[in-house]
Design a protein around this ligand. Structure first.
Ligand code: ADP
Ligand code: MG
Length: 718
């Protein structure tokens, strides 16, 4: 958990920095001040408005210019009240004369205004209103109102519509009205004014030459921006609203280009740092391979070759190793470590949880120690004396392989000759944490870095968000695995499920029982786990039932896990602490309670704990009905697919890239307009151009990044 805490604090710092900058800028933004002066309390409003705008990321003129509408409202047409009442759901505009205007007191105080045109009438209902609104909308006054029309008790009505008092025949706007993303207390009018002021001052120079634009079939910058802020009357409204208009395309392209440039430039910067070349695949690597009880899969061979090639270079490897759960990443990591050791360097492996780190340690040590490798183990929970001992081994260089949790990135940990850093389940770490370990610089050299992830990312996403990394994929499982059969079962058939657990144990199988995720309360989650454990222990008298959760002391956790690994306990009741990495091949039945509360990737990760041995494995997803729409889809996806990439694609579809990527939010922040699912063709173009520009046109690179990222770029360093 500390991992997440730290990344959160990094983000916090960013916002503080933002606010500080906003304060400094408030005085100089004369345009904004003028606009704000009209607002009621005269004191300090300009500063306050700037501060609020700064919270939206709006400081420089260009920020305002690039603050594009999130949608448009169509005020260009008035619909007759009769027709309006047939248009359910969407927003419509009607106009009529007030026939009644009353304050009603039941069920609560509200202003109720009835307006009528030739075709019918509409009730406007205001639950919050000012006294003068009754005068404003006195009987006989003409009102233009826009909102969602509902069929209320007294016929067609609009609750809190936007409205205007108009004279008969008052002209309608000829263009769509932009609606801007806004924050609390920032009226659209203020944004509109600030943006149009900024547009008069900004430098419109296009960052891309006319020749390039022609090549890419893109529209120029200035006309694109103007179209989006002030759509001309003859614009194709549909394409504007759907963000398919060439003006939108240009914005999306620019944004994607900025993202690609930024990530790739970061990659080049890191590359320009030196690393120790680790060319030798020596005795240790060879002996290790020889001793393995199995041979590597073709996919493992392929990624190993890629890693070996990287390690030979005198600049740091930046490689992401993706592979579905159970695809055998650990072996590959251990072989990479062996190569570092062969070359006389230390290797460090960092895992996000103690359970996982512990398991890696046990496993990798068992492989490498017999071959003479000296290992060290470092986690936060070690006693001071043990920590000191581990640190001494690390500092002296005696420990060739160091395995642990984020305790490894503490300042007090000083490596003698760190050649390779391996980060397992890298998405669990904050960006800054990954970097800290990678930046354990020794004599100007940074270590090679291998990041591993079992959350496969669809290719499109990987190419966009991980543009700064090389990506290797293990796309095949070791042979002999029987696919896991997944069943979705109503929670009220729990008794049958318990009987199944009993039967499976009778056949010598081991069972995971995963307790429901209770996001609101860790205490409640713990309580549930304890109760489930008691319930199962009672229902399964012949069996030993273990319990593991996040609050156990490390020694207790370890003892419980070891008992399960030794098959001393047959059933392991667990919270999501077992989500990543845990590897007990004899476990072949998994029960997940309240599966509807888990996300798709999480379910896939959990399910990946079984199906690791030769026995056919079963995963039972218990759910509480009734199921919501997406929950139903998630469970169906789980039942139908065992393929991590397929599941990730589905997950992306259900959640969108922002949430899907979690820890990579910084990268996500760069994309406001582009949609990776529909704009893939733009991503490809942007990537190619980014490569070209970085090679040949540093001036354009600088100008484009300055325009699109400005001060933000330093926060996006990944
Ligand atoms: P993950 O990619 O999820 O980290 P692991 O590295 O834990 O997967 O491997 C899963 C299991 O498969 C382990 O028990 C491991 O020993 C085994 N394994 C890995 N590679 C092979 C292989 N080439 N042939 C057979 N078993 C393998
Ligand atoms: Mg693993």
């Amino acid at each position: 958990m500390a991992a997440e805490d730290q990344s959160a604090s990094v983000e916090l710092k960013n916002t503080q920095a933002d606010t500080a900058m906003a304060g400094g800028h408030a005085q100089s933004e004369s345009g904004t001040r003028k606009t704000a002066k009209k607002a009621k309390p005269p004191v300090n409003t300009a500063a306050k408005a700037s501060e609020k705008l700064a919270k939206l990321g709006l400081r420089k003129d260009m920020d305002f210019v690039l603050h594009l509408p999130m949608r448009y409202e169509d005020e260009t047409e008035i619909v007759s009240m009769r027709d309006a009442s047939f248009r359910g759901g969407s927003s419509v505009q009607v106009e009529g004369v007030v026939t009644e205007c009353d304050i009603q007191y039941r069920p609560r105080r509200q202003l109720v205004v009835t307006i009528a045109d030739d075709s019918g009438q509409v009730v406007l209902r205001f639950l919050n209103f000012y006294g003068n609104q009754t005068k404003q909308m006195a009987v006989g006054v003409r009102v233009r109102a826009r909102g969602e029309l509902r069929h209320g008790f007294f016929g067609a009505e609009m609750v809190h519509p936007h409205y205007k008092i108009v004279n008969e025949g008052a002209p309608l706007p000829t263009a769509l009205t932009p609606v801007y993303p806004s924050g609390e207390g920032i009226p659209q009018a203020l944004l509109r004014k600030a943006i149009s002021n900024a547009m008069t001052r900004v430098n419109w120079r296009d960052t891309l030459s006319p020749a390039r634009l022609a090549d890419l079939h893109l529209q120029d910058f200035e006309s694109s921006i103007r179209t989006l802020h002030n759509p001309p009357p003859d614009v194709d409204q549909h394409s504007l609203i759907e963000r398919e208009h060439p003006a939108w395309e240009r914005m999306k392209f620019d944004e994607l280009l900025a993202q690609q440039l930024s990530l790739k430039r970061a990659q080049l910067t890191r590359r320009s740092k030196g690393a120790n070349a680790l060319p030798l695949v020596g005795e240790l690597s060879n002996a290790f391979l020889l001793n393995l009880p199995f041979s590597l899969t073709r996919a493992q061979e392929k990624v190993l070759a890629e890693i070996r090639t990287d390690l030979r270079e005198a600049f740091p490897m930046q490689r992401l190793l993706q592979g579905d759960v159970g695809s055998g990443k650990t072996i590959v990591a251990a072989l990479a470590a062996a190569q570092a050791i062969d070359n006389g360097y230390q290797a460090a492996l960092m895992a996000p949880t103690e359970i996982l780190a512990e398991q890696h340690f046990r496993k990798i040590a068992a492989w490498l120690e017999p071959l003479g490798v000296k290992t060290a183990w470092l986690t936060g929970s070690l006693k001071k004396k043990e920590k000191d001992a581990a640190n001494a081994l690390i500092t002296s260089g005696e420990a060739q392989l160091v395995i642990g949790t984020h305790a490894l990135i503490q300042d007090s940990v000083q490596f003698k000759k760190l050649g390779l850093v391996i980060v397992d389940e890298q998405h669990r770490f904050g960006v800054s944490q990954r970097l800290t370990l990678a930046n354990k610089v020794e004599a100007g050299k940074v270590p090679h870095q291998l990041m591993m992830s079992a959350t496969p990312i669809p290719r499109t996403l990987a190419m966009t968000y991980y543009a700064d990394l090389e990506v290797s994929v293990i796309d095949e499982l070791p042979p002999g695995r029987t696919p896991i059969v997944t069943r979705v079962i109503d929670q009220n058939r729990r008794d049958e499920v318990i009987a199944r657990v009993q039967a499976a144990a009778g056949e010598g199988k081991q069972i995971y029982w995963v307790c429901p995720l209770i996001e609101e309360s860790e205490t409640l989650q713990l309580q549930t786990a304890t109760e489930t454990h008691a319930m199962l222990a009672e229902a399964l008298p012949g069996l030993k039932v273990g319990l593991v959760h996040g609050r156990l002391k490390p020694a207790e956790k370890q003892a419980t896990m070891e008992a399960f690994i030794r098959n001393d306990s047959q059933v392991l009741v667990a919270t999501t602490v077992i989500e990543v990495g845990v590897d007990v091949p004899n476990a072949s039945l998994m029960v997940i309670e309240h599966a509807e509360r888990f996300g798709l990737s999480q379910l896939h990760q959990l399910r990946g704990r079984v199906g690791r041995g030769a026995a056919a494995s079963i995963c039972l997803l218990l759910y509480q009905s009734p199921l919501g729409g997406t929950a139903k889809q998630r469970l169906a996806t789980m039942r139908e697919s065992n393929d991590g990439f397929e599941i990730a694609r589905k997950d992306l579809e259900l959640r969108g890239p922002g949430e899907f990527l979690g820890a990579r939010q910084s990268g996500e922040a760069m994309l406001r307009f582009a949609n990776l699912e529909t704009d893939q063709w733009l991503v490809d173009k942007a990537r190619n151009l980014a490569d070209d520009l970085l090679k040949n046109d540093p001036v354009t690179v600088a100008a484009h990044l300055e325009r699109w990222l400005g001060y933000k770029e330093e926060f996006l360093r990944v």
